[in-house]
Design a binder for this molecule. Structure first.
Ligand SMILES: NC(=O)c1ccc[n+]([C@@H]2O[C@H](COP(=O)([O-])OP(=O)(O)OC[C@H]3O[C@@H](n4cnc5c(N)ncnc54)[C@H](OP(=O)(O)O)[C@@H]3O)[C@@H](O)[C@H]2O)c1
Length: 170
């Protein structure tokens, strides 16, 4: 087995929620899970891109059951709305992939709630989403996967202060 040939075992009967599946790694993860038989909910902030992603998943897995939902991880209100919708549906969630993210915006931007955009979206947003739907995850003994980056390994922390090698020469 190599990274390229890894086969996902059968996922029939499982419900998977994959964030950031309108593009990039998330779309590939969603496609692979759908091809393995999982039913998918793809929370996206751009429904046009979401529809294109669903078409691409169906091209690879014609019988896939895939729906999109609204989610802007840079808004706690949006996260709450998605969580409430899933809770009201009441379906246990077997797989949650916290994949969506922004990477080093060139200037400071903030989420709707005033957090720095990358921290607020990638970390706080997914933390809030996971916490909100925790009853559904617990009911299914879910697997929750959160994407990170190898860059995190270069961080140095001293007390409450962290920096990376890229910005702080040794
Ligand atoms: N690719 C790499 O080499 C690499 C390396 C290290 C870590 N990662 C991590 O892997 C994950 C995926 O990376 P990628 O390269 O596949 O990224 P990507 O191609 O830029 O895709 C990012 C996805 O996140 C979504 N997204 C961004 N902000 C959002 C928000 N506020 N609410 C909802 N969705 C939002 C985007 O939606 P839109 O389509 O609407 O923009 C898109 O679907 C990220 O967490 C990233 O930090 C990737």
């Amino acid at each position: 087995m190599t990274r390229n040939t890894y086969e996902i075992p059968g996922q029939a009967g499982k419900l998977a929620v994959v964030t950031g599946a309108s593009d990039g790694l998330g779309l590939e993860i969603a496609t692979r899970l759908a091809s393995a038989g999982a039913e998918l909910i793809l929370p996206v902030r751009n429904q046009g891109k979401g529809a294109t992603a669903v078409d691409r998943i169906h091209a690879a897995a014609p019988r896939a059951r895939v729906t999109t939902a609204d989610l802007d991880l840079a808004s706690l209100e949006s996260i709450r709305a998605l969580g409430d919708r899933l809770l009201s549906d009441g379906r246990p969630v077997d797989i949650l992939v916290n994949n969506a993210g922004v990477m080093t915006p060139p200037a400071r931007h903030e989420t709707q709630d005033g957090f720095e955009l990358q921290f607020g979206t990638n970390f706080l947003g997914h933390f809030a989403l996971t916490a909100r739907i925790f009853p559904l995850l617990r009911e299914a003994s879910a697997r929750v996967t959160t994407l990170s980056a190898l860059a995190a390994r270069s961080a140095h922390c001293s007390g409450m202060t962290c920096s990376t090698r890229a910005t702080t020469p040794p």
